[in-house]
Design a binder for this molecule. Structure first.
Ligand SMILES: [Zn+2]
Length: 344
């Protein structure tokens, strides 16, 4: 009898261990513990055993029963967890997919494209001139005196190379105005271009970066006046900043324009009434003016026959003056911080 019970236990344990199927486990349970199960039947034989041995065999039979019951219950739990995991691992191909992050154009690239489109509508062709330039194009031909502070090491990045005999030292262009000279030298009037490129200056703070973008308009023809310039400025300000914003010009001094102006845009925050952000309702945008006769002469254009106007502003600067764009620190634009860039 003892051997029979131990055999039942071993058989049951090996079947339970081998199965990975809940239905099969249920059958095993019936096979051993059910009303007509092997163990139940064996236990029915207990009364027939010798009274002396009955107690001992009875205890063994109980132990076998408990062992089998526990093993079955453990296996049940184990199969339940496995089934959940298998369900989770199944892929439902009818589910919508996960969109890969696509990204978008950088804020400055968006601004460049918007500015270009605005000027293209009134006939300005986008051009791009070298970022590495000669002194002659960046300063000399633009009428800058030899001792002008912009020609100092502390303002401009000079390139450590042999100066050119005709054009002087090599440098990273500090403004788009050098493009005026190249354009006028290579093309006959009428000229109507928008030079938009990277410029470089020794500067870095919350509103300045060493590498920035400028866009510069140049129009040369036979009978242009300040009225034409003002018309273009008004058109740009209303197209880029919105109908409610206005442009004004103030007298200023630049080497390569005469007369020269500083261009202001009415403040978008206070609508020109005056606030913390602006100076009495106006924000400075950049320079403009009528092309200096010396500049025309330097590029071989007859100042008695032709005249023109030019204006040059920073892309980053006009972007920051736009409503809805709040950038505390201009350097963030070039920081590659996705948390910042993804906002726009
Ligand atoms: Zn204001």
């Amino acid at each position: 009898m003892e051997n029979e019970l131990l055999n039942i236990k071993n058989n049951a344990m090996s079947l339970i261990l081998d199965t990975n199927d809940s239905e099969q486990l249920e059958e095993i349970k019936l096979q051993f513990l059910g009303r007509s199960g092997v163990l139940t039947q064996a236990m029915k034989e207990l009364p027939k055993i010798d009274p002396e041995k009955r107690k001992e065999v009875g205890m063994l039979a109980n132990e076998v029963k408990i062992t089998i019951e526990n093993a079955i219950s453990d296996k049940e739990q184990q199969l339940k967890h496995t089934n959940v995991r298998i369900r989770l691992e199944k892929i439902d191909v009818t589910n919508p997919g996960i969109r890969p992050p696509l990204g978008h154009l950088h804020l400055i690239t968006q601004a460049i494209s918007e500015i270009t489109t605005i000027f293209e509508r009134i006939g300005f062709t986008r051009v791009r001139y070298p970022e590495v330039e000669w002194d002659w194009y960046a300063f000399e031909a633009l009428n800058f005196p030899k001792d002008h502070p912009a020609r100092d090491d502390w303002e401009t990045f000079f390139i450590d190379t042999e100066p050119n005999k005709k054009f002087g030292p090599m440098l990273l262009t500090p403004h788009t105005s050098s493009g005026q000279i190249r354009e006028m030298q290579d093309n006959k009037p009428p000229i109507k271009i928008l030079n938009l490129t990277k410029c470089y200056r020794r500067q870095s703070d919350v509103s300045h970066v060493p590498m920035f973008h400028q866009f510069e308009g140049l129009a040369i023809d036979t009978n242009l006046s300040i009225v034409n310039l003002k018309g273009v400025l008004d058109y740009f300000v209303k197209s880029y900043f919105g109908e409610k914003r206005n442009a004004r010009i103030r007298p200023y001094h630049f080497e390569f324009t005469e007369p020269s102006f500083e261009v202001d845009v009415s403040c978008g925050v206070c609508s020109g009434r005056g606030c913390k952000l602006c100076k009495e309702g106006w924000l400075e945008m950049g320079g403009a003016g009528m092309v200096h006769p010396n500049v025309l002469k330097n590029t071989g254009i007859d100042p008695n026959k032709y005249n023109g106007f030019a204006f040059g502003w920073g892309v980053e600067r006009v972007l920051m003056m736009k409503e809805g764009i709040e950038i505390d620190d201009l350097r963030l634009l070039y920081s590659n911080k996705l948390e910042f860039l993804e906002q726009f």
